[in-house]
Structure formats: C-alpha cells, structure tokens
Design a protein around this ligand. Structure first.
Ligand code: NAG
Ligand code: NAG
Ligand code: NAG
Ligand code: NAG
Ligand code: NAG
Length: 419
C-alpha cells in the first residue's frame, strides 16, 4: 500500500499536465474546463422561457452538453441559473443562432462551464441591480465567442473565491446607463481576458483586481468613468497587460488606464492607444511608464500565467476581433452595428440607456431543424460524415481525441485555433 500512493500521485500529475482543453482553441486559466462531457446530451428544441425542451430546463441540471435544434430569440423573464458541469454549444443552432434576451445569467458556482457562440442580451426589463452575466464563486470555466450586452449593473462580472476562468473572443458592450459598466473582474484565482472587445461602456472596461491576464483585447469608446481601471485599492493585484488596442470614441473623456497604485503590479508590453477620434486608425505604442499606465507599479518580468498560443500585435488583435469577435458564426444586427462603430475609429459610438436605441435584440432567421433520427443531437447527415450511426444514440461516446462525438461535430462547425 505504501508504494501505491506515490504512484497514484504520479498518475494524477500526468493526467493533470496532459488535460484535454475544453475545445480546440481554448486558452488561458479556464482552458481545461470539462463541461458536461461525462454526462448526457440535452437538445434545446423550442424557444420557450421554461419547460421541457427549453434552454432554462437544459442548464438546470449538471453533467449535460446542451445543443440546439432551433434558432432564434429566447425571451426570458427570470434570470437563467446554470448548474455545474454544463457545456452550451450555441454554434449547433440552425439559422442565425441563439440570442437570449430579457434578463441575465448566473454562473455562480457553475464549475466546469463551457459556453460558446451565444448572445446574452439583458436589457432594461431585466432584474434591477443585476449583471448580464455574473460569476460569484466557481472555478474552471470558459466563455468563447459570446456577445454580451445591456447589463443593468455590470455586463460581465467575476468575483469571489473562484478562479481559473477564461473569457475569450467575445464582445462585452453597452452596459445600460446609468451604471453602464463593462465588468468587475476581481478574483485572486486567475482570470484570462483574451481577444475581447469592450465597447460603449461608461466605465470598468474592465475594472481589474487580483490575478489577471489581459491580452489582445480591443477597448473602444469608453466613457468618463474609465477604460481599463486598475482597481488596486489595498488589495494586491498581479496582472499582465499585453498587445491590447485602446481607441477613444465620442463618449471618451479620460485616458486608457486609470486608478493604479503601488499595490497594482503589472507587466505591460506593446499596448496601443489611438486617442484622437479622427476616423483613422493610427494609434501608437504607449510608452512603458507608470504615468501612461495610470499609476500602476510596473514590473519587468511577465507573470507566469497560461499564455496564448500566438500573441498578436494590437493591429492583428483588432483585425481578428472585428472579423471574428463575438457570436460571429452569424453576426446579428447589434454586433454588426458595434463593429461598424469600432471601424469608424473614433467617430461613432454611444452610451445607451435603452436597447431600443440599437433596434432591440433584432430578428433572427430560425433556420430549419435538421433530421436527427436517433435524437442524439448530431444530425443524420453529419453522423454519416463522422462515421457514427445515425440510428443509434451514440453522440456521448468518446472519440479517440478524447472529446465526445457530439463535441467533435460541434467543434467542426466553427474555426479552431484562436479563431
Ligand atoms: C412552448 O410554448 C408554447 C407557447 O406557450 C406552448 O404551446 C408549448 O406547449 C410549449 N412547449 C413545451 C414543450 O412546453
Ligand atoms: C461578488 O459580487 C456580488 C454582487 O455584487 C456580491 O454580492 C458579493 O458579495 C461579491 N462577493 C465577493 C466575495 O466579493
Ligand atoms: C486553478 O488551477 C490550479 C492548477 O490546477 C490549481 O492549483 C488552483 O487551485 C486552481 N484555483 C482555483 C481557484 O480553482
Ligand atoms: C493620427 O492622425 C492625426 C491627424 O489625422 C494626427 O493629429 C495624429 O498626430 C496622428 N497620430 C499619430 C500617432 O500618428
Ligand atoms: C458611460 C457610458 O457612456 N455608458 C454607456 C455605455 O453604453 C450604453 C449603451 O451605449 C450607454 O447608454 C451608456 O451611456
């Protein structure tokens, strides 16, 4: 018995170092989230707020991979509360995909969440004082290609004792006035913010505390409250800020980085700032001085946090995000307008207090549900390509890659690598 224990720990170590990433292209602190891989498939088959076949029902229990046989706008009254170990694969929806409109979501304690290609649009009818997405506590989560807007309090916030969370390739925008916030990202457990667009929020684009990686993001048209707010106060923060592009817009009246102090320790490298609102992209690199970075304590060595596979230049990050950021398998009217604002390079953009200013959540083409004879979530035509049996519910079996067949199919619907 005495020999067995060390052997087991070696095995555990081997397993942990070769963990399967959540999907090809998953990066950062939350890359290893497992989602519902050890559970069952749940097919969202209607746009109802609740009841069998609804999204709310789908995420109400743990150990599920959620796919969609319908596309369109799911209007919700109450907030959606997500259970642990749930994977939500919005890219499987037909037509223009899924928008969830009317209130926000809680991923508090929803350990091991994997969420991709879905639009979360809260709106003024949502619960007062709440965020479009809130995470208070919980670990190992990854959010990829989300479009999150119109939070009443914050738009996307993470706090509490959890960590190992990534938000990547997403659009976080238009926190509603009067709060109008991008989000508070404050945990000592590690959050990676990679290739996201923060847009049209008065303040907190984002506000960061704790352990944080902020790489290859674009921040556009922040308001008078601030762009990147180094929310140090007395708590110690240790962050990397690498390869980001800050572009002032019509609402911008303060500089890109503010409110740092000696407790906010930052490694900064190659961040660009275009402050002149002149309709041309011609930012230049912010000189590495504490003054340019809002009074942060700048350190000379990068913190050893999980790095991205390819660090982009700020221009490359901007090009990537304007093309692929958010739920970009099909861009909806809201995201298209937001990207147009970015590409006005300072001329367009506005803080809003009512989503009607954006034409609301817009209309989506629902597409048509493909035939899925065995009801395992993978359409018959795709099963033939995958080599699985369209007459046997086998989508939760593991393929040699370690993913379920369901994930292999879903992964094939969208670009891999950092796209
Ligand atoms: C979805 O909502 C519609 C309209 O209220 C209702 O007729 C239908 O039965 C609901 N579907 C389910 C599965 O509950
Ligand atoms: C996290 O934020 C929520 C909402 O603002 C708050 O109620 C809670 O106390 C915070 N938790 C921690 C640990 O800061
Ligand atoms: C994050 O992951 C690391 C490595 O697996 C682990 O040591 C740490 O405890 C985790 N932190 C949280 C907050 O889950
Ligand atoms: C960008 O162009 C404007 C005029 O269009 C000019 O005033 C500004 O100095 C330029 N900025 C840089 C960094 O070249
Ligand atoms: C401070 C600020 O400008 N906030 C804005 C955030 O975005 C919404 C939507 O554009 C505006 O209404 C807010 O004014």
């Amino acid at each position: 018995m005495r020999l067995t224990l060390p052997l087991l720990s070696v095995l555990a170590l081997l397993q942990s170092t070769s963990a399967l990433v959540a999907f090809p292209g998953a990066e950062g602190f939350g890359a290893d989230a497992v989602g519902g891989r050890q559970g069952d498939v749940y097919i969202v088959s209607n746009l109802n707020d609740s009841g069998e076949g609804s999204l709310r029902d789908a995420v109400s229990e743990s150990d599920r991979i959620v796919v969609f046989s319908v596309g369109g706008v799911i209007e919700i009254t109450d907030r959606i509360v997500v259970s642990k170990r749930v994977t939500i694969l919005g890219q499987t929806a037909p037509g223009d995909g899924i928008t969830v409109y009317g209130n926000g979501w809680s991923f508090s304690n929803a350990d091991e969440s994997i969420v991709r290609y879905i639009r979360v649009r809260m709106g003024k009818g949502g619960s007062s004082g709440k965020d479009a997405i809130t995470i208070a506590d919980g670990s190992n989560m990854i959010f990829d290609h989300l479009s999150v807007s119109w939070g009443r309090d914050e738009t996307f916030s993470i706090n509490g004792s959890g960590g190992n969370i990534t938000v990547q390739n997403s659009i976080i925008g238009q926190g509603l006035q009067t709060h109008s916030c991008g989000g508070l990202i404050q945990t000592d457990g590690g959050v990676s913010l990679l290739r996201n667009l923060y847009i049209d929020n008065k303040t907190r684009n984002p506000k960061v505390k704790g352990v944080n990686e902020f790489t290859n993001n674009v921040v556009y048209n922040w308001g008078g409250g601030g762009g990147y707010i180094a929310g140090g106060s007395s708590a110690e923060s240790f962050v990397n800020v690498i390869g980001n592009y800050f572009i002032s817009g019509p609402s911008t009246s303060v500089t890109a980085f503010t409110r740092g102090n000696e407790n906010f320790h930052a490694y900064v490298d190659t961040n660009f700032y275009d402050s002149d609102k002149d309709g041309t992209l011609n930012g230049s690199e912010l000189g590495v001085s504490s003054t340019n970075y809002g009074g942060m304590d700048l350190v000379t060595t990068r913190y050893d946090y999980p790095a991205v596979a390819s660090t982009l230049t700020p221009e490359e990050a901007l090009a990537y995000i304007t093309k692929y950021g958010g739920a970009s398998k099909v861009r909806d009217s809201v995201d298209s307008k937001l990207i147009d604002q970015v590409e006005s390079y300072g001329k367009d953009g506005a803080l809003i207090s009512d989503e009607a200013d954006m034409g609301g959540a817009g209309d989506l083409d629902g597409g048509s549900s493909p035939t899925d004879t065995d009801g395992d979530g993978i359409p018959d035509a795709a099963e033939e390509e995958l080599g699985t049996d369209p007459k046997t519910a086998d989508s939760m079996k593991l393929d040699s890659s370690g993913y379920t067949y369901l994930e292999v199919w879903a992964n094939s619907l969208v670009p891999s690598s950092y796209q």
